[in-house]
Design a protein around this ligand. Structure first.
Ligand code: GNR
Ligand code: NI
Length: 173
């Protein structure tokens, strides 16, 4: 197992469309393990492969609270089949946009279909934090970040901040 570096805005790999995974082999299983290790270490409640530079359609999550038994979830080629009309506003953060949190409105409930690591296709209804996390992670597979749902003013402020940070870090090295 290996922890992998998490890409930070404005890395352009965060804006790429990830490729479907055509078979669950040992390499995909190892990737899932590395992603879980990276997510737990961060710590975060979810991680999508593009966040570690792997442009493939796989996400991991664990919404168990601190002190509870871990409940790792791995979804390969996840697709949202249904969205509720009802929406909720949740404060979101992203490991690729560290230390910022903004309110985002999304459908409250979804139905997702994905392949698990045994190759089994599964459908699952989700609400609450899981529904939000799944939508946030699947967005990453399509190059979408939660700041894309903010007003242009707020989004541009965030982008500028990270562009400047990248400029300064390049100068320093
Ligand atoms: O750790 C994370 N917390 C979080 C909080 C609210 C909504 C979504 C998330 S996902 C985030 C980890 C991450 O960046 N996943 O892509
Ligand atoms: Ni994220």
């Amino acid at each position: 197992m290996a922890k992998r570096p998490i890409l930070i805005l404005p890395d352009e790999r965060l804006r790429a469309i990830a490729e479907p995974i055509d078979k669950i082999d040992d390499e995909v299983k190892q990737l899932a393990k590395d992603m879980l290790e990276t997510m737990y270490d961060a710590p975060g409640i979810g991680l999508a492969a593009p966040q570690i530079g792997e442009l493939r359609r796989i996400v991991v999550m664990d919404l168990a609270k601190e002190g509870e038994t871990p409940e790792p979830i791995v979804m390969v080629n996840p697709e949202i089949l249904k969205y509720s009309d009802e929406t909720v506003v949740t404060e979101e953060g992203c490991l690729s946009i560290p230390e910022l949190y903004y309110d985002v409105e999304r459908p409250a409930e979804i139905t997702v279909r994905y392949t698990d690591l045994d190759g089994k296709v599964t459908e699952r209804d989700a609400g609450d934090r899981l529904a939000i996390c799944i939508q946030h992670e699947i967005d990453h597979l399509d190059g979408v970040l939660y700041i894309d749902y903010l007003s242009r003013l707020k989004r541009d402020r965030v982008l500028k901040k990270f562009q400047k940070a990248e400029r300064l870090s390049k100068k320093a090295s």
